[in-house]
Design a protein around this ligand. Structure first.
Ligand SMILES: Cc1cc2nc3c(=O)[nH]c(=O)nc-3n(C[C@H](O)[C@H](O)[C@H](O)COP(=O)(O)OP(=O)(O)OC[C@H]3O[C@@H](n4cnc5c(N)ncnc54)[C@H](O)[C@@H]3O)c2cc1C
Length: 432
């Protein structure tokens, strides 16, 4: 059966290869081209899709754990959820985690994922002590911030295009509770939303849900959630039971009216301008993981996530234009998440830069790509870029304008013959 990405689009035929050891993996690479590693398929678009797929998830052993330093050594198919299940009860949490814990360590490194604390803690690679990488010629190279740094900077955020990450050491942060003190701030427009972010940038975690169908004086209104871990010694962490959505929704189920009604209810549910809650790890960090197959509400044709980032100086103006364009188009998104980002790291293709990023889910339908092309132009005009882990359609020109280190990355791919072995649908489209 062919593998799909999280957005269930595009649907292409592919062959997948499993490996049970280093020598099998070497042979797979030697005998095939157009290969791409695949973790848990949580990337939305076509970054983990190709004719030939290397399935890494079964490569999932814990190798060691240093309880003094808080450093865990795992094979790259281990899921973040498995690290949390094993180590939260011992008082350790990930320094950086995305909005799902159902991704592999390899996928976290390859997308150099970020979370609700980028403004404080940076990307996932900031917590990577080292990893071993299999190159196209089968050689295994150890990479870290001090060793083979060029390969480290290319592989973190390199979308699987430098080889197969085999195992990694990840440093964790000490916690003393499975609970978060959450403060919710309700804002009335984009100006208030920006003020609320800026006034709270000392809070460890922050994320805002934007009502992207609101117009006029309400444009950019949001619920901003801020959080910090509590210190109450409660570490009995267990994953909650999931709610299942067992079938695809018909394509008419999700339309402007349903998104408007949802946004109205969600925003209207919160009465106070500022309110406080005590929530657990899964509720705060991974709300979507508790609904298995939630993506089925987007129907058979699949969906995509459009995530862009803008530099701080242009964020307000750019976001205002983008939100207006979306509201006028009538193509709403249930999920519209705004986050604040700190300084960029030196990795060649990592997405974050100092500024603000918005992520929006859209079902695949007529007219969508035309709208996204309009948004692309606003993004690059304001010095921004699109996140490859979510993308399925961006053009080579738009991609290149957003990633100024692309030529370095291309040169490194050539130097190690990576371009002859490792290619995804995405890398071919954007010419990496
Ligand atoms: C609900 C949800 C919320 C999300 N929230 C966020 C978020 O807040 N922040 C964020 O940054 N991302 C977020 N993401 C995106 C997700 O974190 C990334 O797409 C991640 O890379 C997926 O990891 P995966 O293991 O599923 O890898 P896949 O989707 O299978 O692959 C992703 C990329 O990693 C490469 N790769 C995978 N394994 C290896 C390996 N062993 N060696 C080399 N390359 C490899 C693939 O080739 C591909 O390019 C979210 C996704 C979902 C579904």
């Amino acid at each position: 059966m062919s593998l799909r990405s999280w957005g269930n689009y595009p649907k292409i035929n592919n062959r997948s290869f499993r490996f049970d050891g280093i020598s099998t993996l070497k042979k797979i690479i030697e005998n095939n081209n157009k290969l791409i590693p695949h973790g848990n398929g949580r990337s939305y678009g076509d970054s983990a899709l190709s004719e030939n797929i290397i399935t890494v998830k079964p490569h999932d052993l814990f190798i060691s754990f240093d309880d003094q330093q808080g450093i865990v050594h795992v094979q790259s198919g281990v899921l973040l959820s498995e690290i949390l299940a094993a180590l939260v009860p011992r008082g350790w949490f990930l320094k950086v985690t995305p909005g799902t814990k159902l991704i592999t360590v390899g996928g976290a490194i390859a997308s150099d994922v970020h979370g609700k604390n980028h403004h404080i803690a940076g990307c996932f690679s900031e917590s990577v002590e080292m990893f071993n990488l299999m190159l196209p010629d089968g050689k295994i190279i150890t990479c870290s911030k001090d060793e083979n740094t060029e390969l480290f900077k290319a592989t973190c955020g390199g979308m699987g295009l430098t080889g197969v990450i085999l195992d990694a050491k990840i440093s964790l942060k000490k916690i003393n509770s499975k609970f978060i003190n959450q403060t919710t701030i309700k804002t009335r427009n984009l100006k208030e939303t920006f003020e609320a972010f800026e006034n709270n940038k000392n809070k460890t975690y922050s994320v805002a849900w934007i009502d992207c169908l609101a117009k006029g004086s309400e444009l950019g209104r949001c619920l901003l959630m801020l959080g910090d871990f509590r210190d109450d010694g409660k570490l009995d962490y267990k994953t909650k039971k999931k709610l299942n959505i067992p079938f695809n929704f018909p394509s008419f189920a999700l339309n402007t009216l349903s998104v408007k009604a949802f946004n109205w209810l969600y925003y209207g549910k919160v009465k106070e301008t500022i309110s406080k809650q005590k929530v657990d790890i899964d509720t705060f960090f991974y709300p979507l993981d508790s609904l298995s197959n939630w993506k089925r509400i987007y129907g058979e044709n699949g969906f995509t996530q459009y995530q862009f980032i803008l530099p701080k100086e242009t964020s307000f103006e750019g976001l205002e234009k983008i939100l207006k364009t979306i509201a006028d188009s009538g193509k709403g998104s249930f999920l519209a998440v705004l986050k604040l980002y700190g300084k960029a790291n030196e990795n060649y293709l990592s997405f974050p830069m100092e500024g603000y990023s918005l992520a929006l889910d859209f079902k695949i339908e007529k007219g969508l790509f035309e709208l996204l092309e309009q948004l692309d132009k606003i993004v690059v005009h304001h010095g921004g870029r699109i996140y490859l882990a979510k993308d399925v359609r961006v053009s080579k020109i738009i991609f290149e304008q957003g990633y100024p280190q692309i030529d370095r990355f291309r040169a490194l791919r050539k130097k190690y013959n990576m371009n002859e072995k490792f290619n995804s649908l995405q890398s071919q489209r954007v010419g990496i």
